[in-house]
Design a protein around this ligand. Structure first.
Ligand code: 9WN
Length: 440
């Protein structure tokens, strides 16, 4: 029996997804982000799968229709020409449509985002009541996602380590994470006198700083000068990072593709995904697991050094089954300890940066606040290893935050009973999507 509270949350979450639906895709937020973002779209499709599977499939079809000729699935698809008036940087600043690999019918950015689509597709398929229907959709989506992964392993793993690199901080999904501070210290970008749109919707204190944006825009400028040619960007970009969340998500998606290929009799593809999965989990464990922190860390390929920072993202490879049981047990202790739950152990999981870190900021974007789509990944991962207490806490904290503050983009992890702690955009799509999964 659903409780009244759950019914209210469910109705509210459906209202938000419907409000943010635009004919064939969902915008993350109607004011702040008026186009289609890759990993948002994946989570939003999972949300839709709980209330309208047809829309879930359409969301994915629309996203895949913007796939590049080299397999890249773009981070933003600008579905209409007013893009540059509504969001900065828009299609013109990115200039990715000049690349011979970009699609002909729609403008996109020339970078990607965490590769969630493998596990999203498995989620959708599990929700199908009649497994004999929509087979063409599933087979074609599997093929597109595999070609995306092939692009990543071919163009983004120069030393054949099973770990692909990201070449812009936006590809990580965790834009202004304190992890990047070390990279920014290595060079000085020019100052860009541009008009940002995000700070007209959200208070500046909750967004990346102006100087942060100089770095972000400079990476786009360099990529544009290379006309988004991968080999040239590898030579020229100052930002090339093996990111544990991106690779953890890639491995989790490979795992799902293995299951789907098995079900659909796609044997060669299955063998390929098994090979990739084994390689990436080995890379994660051999190179990125940091036993002294009980977390995965980052590797900076350009400056040839590790970056260790206690982030929520450092736990995410648990979803791909990467850690050993012993490592997972250490990770469980770590996430429930005072670094992440605060001195009284009563904070909300999981802060994007440990509350004990000197760079922690309770309201600034990826430098402290809780993001529900990351909680969803962690909840699945810890549950899979049998750490139900951690998984239950992640789920309960997510529900409590939304009940307390509303369907915001991100939340204050500190537990102040009398203070509202929802930040960024409100009526946010993936927050609604995650809630729909948690209560169904
Ligand atoms: C840049 C849409 C996206 C998310 C990212 C989040 C934020 C964009 C921005 O919003 O990034 O891609 O303009 O700040 O950091 O994870 O996909 O919700």
């Amino acid at each position: 029996m659903e409780t009244q509270k759950e019914l209210n949350l469910s109705a509210e979450a459906s209202r938000i997804l419907n409000k943010n639906w635009r004919e064939s895709f969902t915008v993350p937020s109607s004011s702040l982000y008026p186009f289609q973002w890759l990993w948002d779209s994946g989570f939003n499709a999972m949300g839709w799968a709980n209330i309208d599977l047809e829309r879930a499939r359409t969301e994915i079809k629309t996203l895949l229709s913007a796939q590049w000729k080299n397999g890249l699935i773009p981070h933003i698809t600008f579905h209409n020409d007013s893009a540059d008036k509504m969001y900065f940087p828009g299609a013109e600043f990115h200039g990715a449509y000049h690349s011979p690999n970009s699609p002909d019918h729609v403008k996109t950015t020339g970078m990607t985002q965490p590769p969630v689509l493998g596990f999203v597709l498995e989620y959708l398929y599990e929700k199908e009541k009649d497994k004999s229907e929509n087979l063409e959709f599933y087979k074609s989506a599997i093929t597109s996602i595999i070609s995306f992964h092939r692009y990543l392993y071919t163009d983004r793993d120069p030393y054949n380590e099973g770990l692909v690199y990201i070449r812009h901080n936006w590809e990580s999904g965790s834009d202004n994470s304190a992890v990047w501070d070390d990279v920014w210290k290595m060079y000085q970008p020019p100052v860009y006198n541009v008009e940002r749109k995000d700070t007209t919707h959200v208070d500046q204190s909750q967004r990346p700083t102006k100087r942060d944006y100089d770095y972000y825009l400079n990476l786009i400028d360099i990529s544009k000068q290379c006309n988004y040619d991968e080999a040239e960007m590898f030579e020229k970009l100052p930002f090339l990072i093996q990111d544990p969340m991106f690779n953890g998500i890639l491995a989790a998606s490979n795992q799902s593709l293995i299951k789907l290929c098995e079900l659909f009799g796609m044997n060669d593809e299955k063998t390929q995904c098994e090979f990739w999965h084994a390689k990436t989990t080995a890379g994660l464990n051999d190179k990125l697991y940091d036993a002294s922190q009980s977390l995965y860390r980052y590797y900076d390929l350009k400056n040839e050094c590790y970056i260790s920072m206690p982030t929520a993202m450092g736990f995410t490879p648990i979803m791909a089954g990467s850690p050993t049981k012993e490592q997972a047990a250490e990770m469980a202790k770590k996430i429930m300890g005072e670094d992440f739950t605060g001195p009284r152990l009563d904070g909300f999981l999981c802060p994007s940066l440990a509350v004990t870190s000197p760079s922690f900021e309770h309201n600034r974007y990826w430098r402290g606040p809780v993001w529900l789509q990351v909680n969803w990944i962690l909840e699945r991962g810890f549950r899979q290893y049998g750490f139900n207490e951690v998984a239950d806490r992640l789920k309960q904290d997510s529900l409590s935050l939304v009940q307390k503050d509303g369907f915001y983009e991100y939340f204050n992890p500190k537990n102040y009973s009398d203070e509202k702690g929802g930040y960024g955009g409100n009526d946010f799509s993936w927050t609604a999507a995650v809630i729909l999964d948690f209560i169904n």
